[in-house]
Design a protein around this ligand. Structure first.
Ligand SMILES: [Zn+2]
Length: 87
């Protein structure tokens, strides 16, 4: 990386690794729409959400779907078993 650029920004006391990471992040900035609330954010990484809150919501929804699927499977299994018992 260009050391002079770092000095110009007053980052001489920042470690080269941190500076490199910062620059890499700047290069990767791109607009992104939050998958949960639709807010447009400038993402420096490959994140999908505008905030930790939305990430939590998405995680919760994903796990809720998994829980529902599990419950549905158990329900169907019990239903089949009860039908077999009746027959
Ligand atoms: Zn959001």
């Amino acid at each position: 990386m260009d050391i002079k650029f770092g000095y110009a920004l007053g980052m001489s006391d920042v470690s080269a690794t941190d500076a490199a990471r910062l620059l890499a992040g700047l290069r990767r900035q791109e607009p992104r729409v939050c998958q949960v609330c639709g807010t447009e954010v400038i993402a420096t990484t490959r994140r999908l959400y505008c905030s930790p809150l939305c990430r939590l919501k998405a995680d919760y929804a994903r796990h809720a779907e998994a829980r529902k699927a599990k419950r549905r499977a158990r329900y169907h299994r019990q239903k089949e078993e009860s039908q077999q018992n009746q027959a």
